[in-house]
Structure formats: C-alpha cells, structure tokens
Design a protein around this ligand. Structure first.
Ligand code: SF4
Ligand code: SF4
Length: 188
C-alpha cells in the first residue's frame, strides 16, 4: 500500500505565538457580550428571546407560532366529528413502523353497536414515544385517516412508562378530525 506523506503547513511567527488568535477571539467575545448587554444579540427577533443571548427562554417563550404546517410532532389517534374511532385495527401502521413503536390490541365491535359495520376498533393502542422517530409512515399507510402526526413536541415523562402513550392519551392529543372517512360512506 502506497504511503502518502502529508506536508505540515509552515506557520508564520504570528501563528506560532498564538497572540493574534487570542486577541481576535477576545474582540469577538467582547462584541457578543456588548450586543447581549444592549439586548441586541443575533437571533433575538427570530427566537423571540429577550435579546440576552440567542437561546430562547423556554418554556416561557416558545416557537409554537412559527411551526410550519408540515411539522411532524407526536403521532396521535383521531376521532371523527361524532366521536367515533376512525381506526379499524387493521394493524398496517404497527407493521410498517420502522422502530416497532406501535402496539395494537384489536377489539371486536359488538353486533348491537350502531357502528358494527366495520367490525373492529382498537381495544388498546400504544405508541412508545421513546422508540418513535417521528417518520410519519403510520400516517402515510393508514387507510382510514385515523392516525396523524400533530404538532405536539412537548413529550416528556419522569419514567419510561410515562412515555408510552395509550389509547386514551392518543385520543386526548389527537382530538377530532373533521372530514370524509370512506368507511362511513354509504356509497362505498
Ligand atoms: S411516526 Fe414513524 S416511528 Fe413514530 S409511530 Fe409512526 S411509523 Fe412509528
Ligand atoms: S391507525 Fe390506521 S393503519 Fe393503524 S391500525 Fe388503525 S386504521 Fe390501521
């Protein structure tokens, strides 16, 4: 194997004593410090910060208003305007989810239920938010417009169990999604 010798660049006297670089760094730091004291630090407007540094003063200040429409936050389940489960427990999302974050326990809809036409709905539905990578594939694959990535990003917990969103929590975050769902379409 050929050996390649890399030539070290020759340093000038100024570079050898570091003094120039130290002075340059000092003035750069002072420039930022003065801007901060005047409340005019870089990014103060875009970050809605007080201007004292570029860091947003979270949680008092947030980016919520700046979230783009296509922002992918927590995956959630949604009901339709009549409060019905849109999910039919087909388990496609569970199958497609790359990190296997979804766990579904399908349940049968009783024969006397007015919505028994679709036969199944989830008895339990869990999404492990420690595993979820917010890829949106569950939303893509769902044939029933039942699972959506909402804009929620404050997903926290003190223990692992808190990070597993069960069906109740998923509907709580997801809420209602108004619009045609084919399974309820009489013409289908
Ligand atoms: S967003 Fe991706 S990783 Fe998260 S639950 Fe859906 S498919 Fe799984
Ligand atoms: S959320 Fe959609 S893809 Fe997942 S089980 Fe329910 S209907 Fe199927």
């Amino acid at each position: 194997m050929a050996v390649i010798k890399v030539q070290r660049p020759k340093l000038g006297i100024g570079e050898k004593v570091y003094f120039g670089a130290l002075i340059k760094g000092f003035f750069l730091t002072m420039g930022h410090a003065i801007k901060t004291l005047r409340g005019k630090s870089v990014g103060a407007d875009t970050l809605h910060s007080s201007g004292l540094g570029v860091t947003m003063q979270f949680p008092e200040q947030r980016w919520d208003k700046e979230m783009p429409e296509h922002y992918r936050g927590a995956p959630t389940l949604v009901t339709d305007e009549q409060g019905r489960d849109r999910c039919v427990s087909c388990q496609l999302c569970e199958f497609i989810c790359p990190p296997k974050a979804i766990k579904i326990e399908p349940g049968e809809i009783p024969a006397d239920d007015r919505w028994n036409k679709v036969e199944k709905r989830p008895k339990e539905f869990e999404i492990d938010m420690i595993r979820c990578i917010y890829c949106g594939m569950c939303e893509e694959v769902c044939p029933e417009q039942a699972i959506f990535l909402r804009k929620d990003y404050l997903i926290t917990g003190l223990k692992r169990a808190d990070m597993v969103h069960n069906k109740k929590k998923l509907y709580e975050i997801g809420g209602v999604r108004v619009g045609l769902v084919n399974k309820w379409n009489e013409l289908k």
